[in-house]
Write a protein that binds this ligand. Structure first.
Ligand SMILES: Cc1ncc(COP(=O)(O)O)c(C=O)c1O
Length: 347
């Protein structure tokens, strides 16, 4: 099987890293204080169920703790979902393109896999998903790499009619105008996964959670690693989720910068997909009006030569003319903007 290819992680000084949708701002001071306190207790195993983190995550959604499970990043939960609900004769699937880890997890588990193509760029093909034989379907909302949030009414229709488990992957959910969480009460086959890597700025600690019917949570708990979150992650995660004011302020700042640059890129005549995430998916256009895979590759290379990293997805027809740019802070975005203008002027 082919492994997952993560985005490039460069740790050298001097790079502007806008390729893996990390948060440019620091996490809540309450989270770093809690992490520091947890470091005092390293000889002891952590609490096995991440009970406090589950309780905070569930209460944020107005649910009781038995609706929540915590993971070593939301990737851990996606993996548990694949292992619990799919197999050689129980196909899992997702839209193509979407988060490319899903089929890798399925392959590692020996699960059958179904790619569901888009009929129209980044419009949810509800009927095609329902017509497939997927018993586990991963819906990335906001979608990656486009940033588009499919209408909630369509997500509800899918949950209603899918003969299996619908996972709404809300890794970017805090940046969106709405969430599938309110649908949980009516749809016992729905699972919503969330990440603290993006909005909470804790990618380095690997923290995620899933919310679902207690019956589903109990199944996931059967095969979860007994100590899947370390002590530091549990403490920092719970503190970060409790500090709602900080989370809201950072998310608001990132959404503001995102929307400002969406307007700027559109002003250059680029196609900019309406993003509800912390990144922009754009089709760059040369000053002479040309677009296409070569243009995207050329801008990517120009940015890289100036130590700015963004992400390219050259393999798929819907993505190969585009670049995905994580929303950075004001200074990073200005550097990006000036480098793009220089690229345009040099032609
Ligand atoms: C759609 C999607 N889901 C899940 C993840 C993984 O998040 P985590 O860091 O919580 O494992 C990512 C990370 O990039 C993502 O893009």
């Amino acid at each position: 099987m082919a492994p997952y290819t993560p985005g490039e992680q460069i740790n050298e000084e001097g790079w502007t890293k806008l390729n893996t949708n990390e948060n440019p701002f620091p996490p809540s001071p309450a989270a770093t204080d809690a992490a520091a306190a947890a470091l005092e207790q390293l000889p002891l195993y952590p609490e096995p169920t991440s009970a406090e983190l589950r309780a905070v995550a569930a209460s944020r959604a107005g649910l009781s703790p038995d609706h929540a499970i915590a993971g070593n990043g939301s990737d851990d939960l996606l993996n548990l979902l694949v292992r619990t609900f799919s197999g050689a004769d129980r196909p899992a699937g997702a839209l193509d393109p979407s988060y490319s880890l899903y089929p890798v997890l399925a392959a590692a588990n020996g699960s059958a896999w179904r790619d569901i193509p888009f009929r129209e760029a980044f419009r949810l093909p509800v009927e095609d998903i329902l017509a497939s034989d997927c018993q586990l379907f991963f819906l990335t909302r906001p979608h990656a790499p486009s940033g588009v949030a499919f209408p909630l009414s369509e997500v509800a229709a899918l949950a209603e009619s899918l003969d299996g488990i619908l996972v709404v992957d809300e890794a970017y959910g805090d940046f969106a105008a709405d969430s599938a969480l309110p649908l949980l009460r009516e749809h016992p086959n729905l699972v919503v996964t969330r990440s603290l890597s993006k909005s909470a700025g804790l990618a380095g600690l690997r923290i995620g959670y899933a919310l679902a019917d207690p019956g589903i949570i109990a199944l996931l708990d059967r095969i979860r690693d007994s100590y899947n979150l370390d002590r530091v992650a549990q403490a920092a995660g719970a503190a970060a989720l409790r500090d709602e004011g900080y989370l809201e302020a950072i998310v608001g700042k990132i959404a503001y910068i995102r929307d400002f640059y969406a307007g700027e890129f559109a002003g250059l005549g680029w196609q900019v997909f309406p993003s509800q995430a912390n990144f922009l998916f754009v089709e760059p256009r040369r000053a002479d009006g040309t677009t296409g895979p070569e243009v995207a590759a050329d801008l990517f290379a120009h940015l890289r030569a100036h130590r700015i990293l963004v992400r390219r997805f050259p393999k798929h027809p819907l993505t190969r003319s585009c670049l995905r740019i994580s929303v950075g802070d004001e200074e990073q975005m200005l550097r990006l903007w000036n480098t793009i203008r220089q690229w345009q002027e040099n032609e």
